[in-house]
Design a protein around this ligand. Structure first.
Ligand SMILES: [Zn+2]
Length: 85
């Protein structure tokens, strides 16, 4: 995962609470006639180039880049601002 700020592009209120959807690969054996799974190996983590990130506020899930790009478009101000208009 990138060490960059995230901002949910869907609800646009969440910058802190996320989940990552980890991909695993798991090999199994299948009975060719009945379709029954009879041997399941332990899951092996798959290294994702771009993990899927979920927003814990609205439930939206998408590519990590969408969250990073949204944070770049609307960066959080380091200090509170007083808009002069
Ligand atoms: Zn959200």
């Amino acid at each position: 995962m990138e060490e960059k700020a995230y901002f949910c592009p869907n609800c646009r209120s969440n910058r802190t609470k996320f989940r990552v959807y980890a991909t695993t690969s798991q090999s199994f054996m299948k009975e060719p006639v009945t379709g029954e799974i009879y041997s399941m190996a332990d899951p092996v983590p798959v290294e994702d180039a771009e993990p899927t990130i979920g927003c814990l506020v609205c439930g939206f899930a998408g590519n990590e880049m969408r969250f990073v790009k949204q944070a770049e478009r609307e960066p959080r101000m380091a200090s509170p601002t007083n808009p002069a208009y």
